[in-house]
Design a protein around this ligand. Structure first.
Ligand SMILES: [Zn+2]
Length: 104
């Protein structure tokens, strides 16, 4: 199962502590059914300094979210919508189920 999410899509988070947030997809992890959304689900990773006596670094990163918890925001109608996958020969495109406009 997939919602046909691609990098650079804008998605909205539907559930969890980031519910209601929107952001741009910066990574898709199809095997794990996860996506990484820019500035959403931020976490900190603590890196130990390789040298003793120096402070470790705190690195901020966006943790992956389950694909099932996000939905594409259609760039044409601005609504969260499921996409119909349309195949024409080798070309695949996505059509918004709400406004019926092709978004790819
Ligand atoms: Zn639409």
């Amino acid at each position: 199962m997939s919602f046909h999410i691609k990098i650079n899509d804008t998605v909205k988070v539907l559930a969890g502590k980031n519910k209601g947030k929107t952001g741009k997809v910066i990574q898709v992890l199809p095997k794990d059914h996860q996506v990484v959304v820019e500035n959403v689900n931020k976490m900190f990773k603590h890196m130990r300094s390789p040298r003793r006596g120096e402070k470790g670094q705190r690195i901020e990163f966006a943790a992956p979210l389950p694909i099932s918890k996000v939905m594409i925001v259609c760039p044409k109608c601005g609504k969260t919508a499921r996409m119909n996958l349309v195949r024409e020969g080798a070309k695949r495109s996505r059509v918004c189920k709400k406004c019926k406009v092709e978004i790819d």
